[in-house]
Design a protein around this ligand. Structure first.
Ligand SMILES: Cc1cc2nc3c(=O)[nH]c(=O)nc-3n(C[C@H](O)[C@H](O)[C@H](O)COP(=O)(O)OP(=O)(O)OC[C@H]3O[C@@H](n4cnc5c(N)ncnc54)[C@H](O)[C@@H]3O)c2cc1C
Length: 161
């Protein structure tokens, strides 16, 4: 069973900074994420909503151009596909930023999967991964995979100084 000084579950608001502090202090740390790097704020919360609010505000101001001393040449129309693409781009950049930052930290191991406590100092990790099917036949030239589950156990120190 692999041992770390600390195991952090989740890459939301606190996890990555905590991992960086432990790693920077020379502690071995594992950080586990089961879904998207950056958690709620980056992927479905603060960042995506604020980019969409920014688009709405820009439209609002553009429609009141006369009041602000300029004239728009045509009706200001909303293109929701472009609004969403911008939102996806901004939040995708943060999501990749968090992942790249964590993967680049010395002493930090990034693990993907669902973490569960097995004991007060043991964490079990269930991972989803793709395994090639036994037959090497391909469908339209593409290799075939099936989804598999695997699990690993990790142990961490009870006290950190
Ligand atoms: C629409 C919306 C708008 C918001 N706007 C704002 C705002 O403007 N300002 C503000 O301050 N807050 C805002 N929030 C709230 C903010 O997003 C949350 O408070 C914050 O993201 C919580 O951070 P967290 O790290 O506690 O949890 P999360 O960000 O949810 O992170 C938890 C992470 O842990 C992972 N995880 C959980 N359990 C496991 C497990 N067993 N194994 C492996 N991984 C696991 C999850 O996949 C997730 O990535 C908003 C929320 C929403 C929904």
């Amino acid at each position: 069973m692999k041992h770390f000084d600390a195991i952090i579950i989740g890459t939301g608001q606190a996890g990555p900074s905590l991992a960086a502090r432990f790693a920077g202090a020379g502690k071995t740390v594992a950080i586990i994420e089961r879904h998207k790097f950056g958690g709620t704020c980056v992927n479905t919360g603060c960042i995506p909503t604020k980019t969409m609010v920014a688009s709405a505000y820009a439209v609002h101001v553009a429609r009141r151009g006369v009041e602000y001393g300029f004239a728009a040449n045509s009706d200001v129309r909303v293109d929701m596909k472009r609004v969403k693409a911008r939102k996806d781009e901004v939040s995708g950049r943060s999501n990749r930023g968090v992942e790249d930052w964590l993967r680049g930290l010395k002493n930090c191991t990034v693990l993907e999967g669902h973490a569960r406590f097995q004991s007060p100092t043991t964490v079990a990790l269930t991972m989803k991964f793709l395994r090639p099917t036994k037959s090497s036949s391909t469908l339209a030239g593409a290799p075939r995979f099936r989804r598999c589950l695997g699990s690993m156990m990790f142990h961490f120190s009870r006290t950190l100084r």
